[in-house]
Every structure is written in C-alpha cells, then in structure tokens.
Design a protein around this ligand. Structure first.
Ligand code: GUN
Length: 284
C-alpha cells in the first residue's frame, strides 16, 4: 500500500508559514491584497471564489470579490481590471475562469498587469517560467512541487511523465519538473500507447480531466503518483483522474482526491499574493 501524500496537512503547514509572513508585513504597515473577479453565476466558480476569499481572511490578507453579471461587456471587464491595476490596496488580481463565451479570455489575461498576475497566466509570466526566472508560479503546478518537496521526494534525474498539456497545469508542470532537473515526457490525448509511457515514470502527474483514467496496471511499482484531477462521479462523489484503489496497490506514494492537490492550489495563490505584495513594497 502506497504512502498517502496528505495535501490537507501540507497545505495547513504552508498556510501557517504564509500567515506568519503576512503578520510580519502588517507590522511594517503593509497588508497584502487580492481582488477576485467572477463574471456570471457558474456554481463551481462561485464555490472556488468563496474559498479563495475565505482563505485570504484566514491568513490575514485583504481581499475583495468583484461580482459582475453574465452579460457584462468585455470592455467593462477590461476597464475594471485597469482600475485594479492602478489600485494600491490590490497586489494580486485573479479573474476566475471560465468566462462567458462572448468574452475573449486571452484579451482579459493580457490586460492584467504582469506584476499583479497571481495566476501566472500572462504571457510575460509564462515566458519567465519558460526561461527559469519566474516571479510567480502557476498555482496548481507550484502546489505539486511543494508537495513533492515536503514529502522528501527527489526530482533530479528522475523520469517524470505529465499526462495533460493544458496551459494551466500540464505545460507549466512540465517546465517546473524540468527546472528541478527531472527528465520530462508530456503525454496527451493523441499519445500512442500511453501506458508504455506512464509505466516508465518514477513520478507521474496526471491532469487530463477524465475520472479514474489511470489504473494500477499503467503505473510502475513504487512510482510517485500525483493526481490533479477533480471529477464528479454520477453518484455525486469527487474522484480524481487516477483510480485510487488499483493504483495505490502499486505506487510508492500517491495523492488522494479530495485532500491531495486541491488544498495546495489556493495555498499557492496566497503565496503568490504575498510575493506580489513584497515586490510592490520592496520587502523581502
Ligand atoms: N478556474 C479553474 N482553475 C482556475 C485557476 O487556477 N485560476 C483561474 N483564474 N480560474 C480557474
């Protein structure tokens, strides 16, 4: 039976470290601030945004949630972002995705000042990640890196396989593993004989968005398996992209869903907001 990497515990530890740093900042008269914009009423997005707002409060940060109706014109959203770019109380700006279909996501991401882009989605920040000189790390891949580090898992020289190539998870995940000297393969929906690749992995990160897609027979004995998936089964239960029952029989270590990567994502958003505040105020 695999060692269970407890994301909830690691997230709580990391948030306590962040809260202590926020307290130090506040003692210097600086309160890190995050603005989260939500357009429309997507129920899952509403839950995520509420959780982000609550998490800010718990570590002592300022945060505001800006709710805009689903029929908001793109120009009105861009104008609101422009105001936040100039707002001294706000260190980080996050526009919750997905956006309504009439709004161009790329234009919106590009409108956020790169030094307030706590999602690290702006091309300036994705470019900095690519060259290994980032200000902010994208929250989910950064959370995975912290989990590996805090679990004492060495990356250097290891064969790392990432399943999924999204801009939010798969691609930046591959870059961070490469930056930590892993030997990285990225697999995706067109990969031929996926299992031949996944069976080679010392560290397997799965972010493909298909419930229980990776099964135990696709994993090397003793591998580290990180499940980024978050899928709702027909019976209403949350499940990852990895079939936990069969995979945990073979893996050396595995993240559960829920309680694995999920709690780390918001934690890294807090970390990025703190980093942005330090950048803005010349503090370290
Ligand atoms: N929607 C789902 N995940 C994310 C995320 O990490 N950032 C933003 N802005 N929207 C999301």
């Amino acid at each position: 039976m695999a060692f269970i990497i407890d994301g909830k515990r690691i997230a709580a530890e990391t948030r306590a470290e962040i809260a202590a740093e926020v307290a130090e900042q506040k003692a210097k008269g600086v309160t890190p601030g995050l603005a989260v914009i939500i357009v429309g009423e997507n129920p899952a997005s509403q839950v995520y945004v509420r959780n982000k707002h609550r998490a800010c409060g718990e570590v002592g940060m300022y945060s505001e949630v800006i709710e805009m109706p689903a029929d908001t014109a793109e120009d009105a959203l861009l104008a609101r972002i422009s105001e936040l770019n100039a707002d001294g109380r706000i260190d980080g700006i996050l526009v919750q995705l997905p956006l309504p279909a009439h709004i161009n996501e790329e234009r919106v991401i590009n409108a956020i000042a790169p030094d307030k882009d706590v999602d690290a989605f702006h091309p300036v920040n994705t470019g900095k990640i690519m060259i290994g000189n980032p200000d902010f790390l994208p929250c989910t891949p950064a959370g995975v890196m912290v989990m590996l580090e805090k679990s004492g898992i060495e990356i250097s020289g290891k064969k790392c396989v990432v399943v999924g190539r999204s801009n939010i998870v798969g691609k930046p995940m591959a870059m961070l593993l490469l930056g930590a000297n892993g030997t990285v393969t990225v697999c995706h929906s067109r990969t031929k004989d996926l299992a031949a690749h996944t069976r080679e992995a010392d560290i397997l990160v799965v972010a493909i968005g298909r419930a229980d897609f990776i099964t135990g027979d696709m994993v090397k004995e003793g591998a580290v398996v990180i499940d980024v998936g978050m899928n709702r089964r027909e019976d209403g239960k949350l499940t990852g992209d990895v079939d936990f029952a069969s995979t945990s029989e073979r893996a050396g270590a595995i993240t559960p869903v829920p309680g694995g990567v999920g709690p780390m994502t918001i934690t890294m958003l807090l970390r990025n907001t703190l980093t942005a505040s330090k950048l803005h105020h010349g503090l370290s």
